[in-house]
Design a protein around this ligand. Structure first.
Ligand SMILES: Nc1ncnc2c1ncn2[C@@H]1O[C@H](COP(=O)(O)OP(=O)(O)OP(=O)(O)O)[C@@H](O)[C@H]1O
Ligand SMILES: [Mg+2]
Length: 491
């Protein structure tokens, strides 16, 4: 009969064989004890060839100093978020994003686990985008450069005239935005999703003396840290990443504006490097000893409260103060419902052109629905609702029945206006909500399993190492019973 732990082990092996990350585990001497399918695909080995082999035999080009697993075994400390370009035994080149963790059993170091993600394709795409931007900026005259930027969609399209609305908050925003456009200080643009932050950023660029210079946008949540670093700061040939001589977006946006979207998602280690450029206008490409001067204006956006992000240690406080020298808040649509008719008129005109419709107006019921709806998706949600309606309408008037389901109810039942969300309650982000659920599931599993870690891990269907790590970060150690642990055993 197969015992429970062996059975679990088999499940975990099947699961680990199907994850995208390459996983390689060695014991405390550096001898391979586990090697999954993704690792075998990257290295060009078969698992059977590698199990039982020392890590330096598997990778003869590595040494005690350059092998992350051997370094982790020597120091007991994890190495996280690194990038490396390797040539495997069949001659294929891969760029990997990896972390290596020490494995402990009852406080004793028993091995190391290397987890790597193949980012070759993302890196190639990111480099191609950078190359296209570089080609674009090769155009000699400002007029030609602007024309080329428009051809490739890399320019800022919007001006302050494109920002529809006459509510006080919008008028003040436009006045402040025009003023800010006259300087080169960094700017932080805040506001809920879909409220029009990018519109404001582009309008500032186009109203500034940099308008004929480049406008480059980069979302900070889009890439792993190492790749984002090389995209922003560039690389020199021969650095450890196997990189080429390549300027980063800071250099490419020289004389123009670099728009960093979702700045709160930028990894902390990169935030300090960003702060340096903001402070003295100099940067060092990865692997370079030379400092380069750039004249790039940074405009950053955040769709979470930056002070909350600072409290959660997602945003460095010194970077926040540097960016917050000038901050603009784009109001939510809820705060400026008097702009809804003008925005509606604007979007009806836009989609009449795009979809070849001939809509002349929207009905009173539709306006009533628009006035009662809380618009969590802001102007973008209004735009999409009108686009939806104009796809289904056949006549000249948009009626309630043409609106998306969620909106229609606001116009149908006049006596039951939807309560607005309680804005005095602190807003929680999705990751925060998920963490609360994860913590309570862990607590419940530990209680169900009398504080036995192995059983609780099996109960939740996760590896024992994972549950141990999570117990620590969620401060649930008091729910683990020492004697219960002994009964359960471990892998
Ligand atoms: N005042 C406005 N006038 C006209 N169109 C607007 C206005 N505000 C927003 N829009 C339109 O709404 C859509 C969303 O705007 P934008 O992308 O600037 O929002 P955002 O705040 O950057 O959103 P996210 O946080 O999701 O990135 C765009 O299509 C934009 O053109
Ligand atoms: Mg945006």
């Amino acid at each position: 009969m197969i015992d429970r732990d062996t059975e679990n082990e088999q499940y975990f092996e099947q699961i680990l064989d199907n994850v995208e990350e390459a996983i390689h585990v060695v014991d405390c001497d550096g001898v391979t004890v586990y090697y999954n399918r993704a690792a075998a695909e990257i290295d060009g080995w078969k698992a059977a060839d590698v199990i039982g082999k020392h890590v330096l035999q598997v990778y003869p080009s590595l040494t005690l100093e350059t092998s992350s697993m051997m370094r982790v075994l020597a120091t007991g400390q994890p190495i996280v978020n690194q990038q490396q370009t390797i040539v495997n035994r069949t001659g294929r080149t891969f760029t990997l994003h990896y972390s290596t963790f020490p494995l402990y059993r009852k406080g004793v170091l028993v091995g190391a686990c290397d987890m790597a993600r193949d980012i070759t394709k993302i890196k190639e795409l990111a480099e191609r985008v950078t190359e296209l931007q570089a080609e674009l900026l090769d155009a000699k005259t400002p007029g030609r450069r602007r024309a080329k930027a428009q051809e490739t969609g890399c320019s800022a399209r919007y001006t302050f005239n494109d920002i529809v609305g006459t509510h006080d908050l919008i008028v003040k925003l436009k006045i402040l935005g025009q003023r800010v456009a006259g300087t080169s200080s960094p700017v932080l643009v805040l506001g809920e999703t879909g409220s029009g932050k990018e519109l404001v950023v582009q309008a500032i660029h186009n109203a500034s003396a940099r308008k004929n210079g480049p406008f480059i946008a980069q979302n900070c949540a889009a890439f792993p840290v190492t790749l984002l670093e090389s995209i922003l700061f560039g690389t020199v040939k021969g650095s450890f990443t196997g990189a080429e001589d390549r300027p980063g977006l800071f250099e490419l946006a020289d004389g123009g504006t670099l728009f960093l979207d979702e700045i709160n998602s930028m990894p902390l280690e990169l935030q300090s490097k960003l702060l340096r450029v903001l402070q003295d206008g100099t940067l060092r490409r990865i692997g370079d000893s030379r400092l380069r001067q750039v004249d790039t204006r940074v405009i950053a956006c955040s769709n979470v409260d930056p002070e909350e992000a600072v409290r959660r240690k997602e945003l460095r406080v010194d970077l926040y103060y540097r960016l917050n020298v000038v901050s603009l808040r784009v109001p939510s649509l809820r705060e400026r419902k008097s702009d809804i008719p003008a925005l509606t008129h604007h979007f009806v005109g836009l989609y009449n052109n795009r979809l070849g419709c001939a809509v002349t107006r929207v009905s009173d019921e539709v306006y009533r629905a628009f006035q009662s709806h809380p618009w969590p998706g802001n102007v973008r949600e209004l735009q999409h609702s009108i686009e939806h309606a104009m796809n289904v309408v056949s006549g000249k008037v948009i009626e309630l029945e043409h609106l998306p389901d969620g909106l229609r109810q606001y116009g149908e039942d006049r006596n039951r206006p939807r309560p607005e969300p309680d804005r005095s309650a602190p807003r929680r982000t999705l990751p925060e909500i998920l963490k609360t659920i994860e913590r309570s599931s862990l607590a419940e599993a530990l209680e169900e399993c009398d504080g036995n870690i192995s059983r609780a891990a099996a109960y939740l269907g996760i590896p024992r190492q994972t549950i141990q790590y999570k117990i620590k970060i969620y401060s649930l150690l008091d729910r683990v019973k020492a004697n219960a642990e002994k009964e359960g055993g471990s892998r």
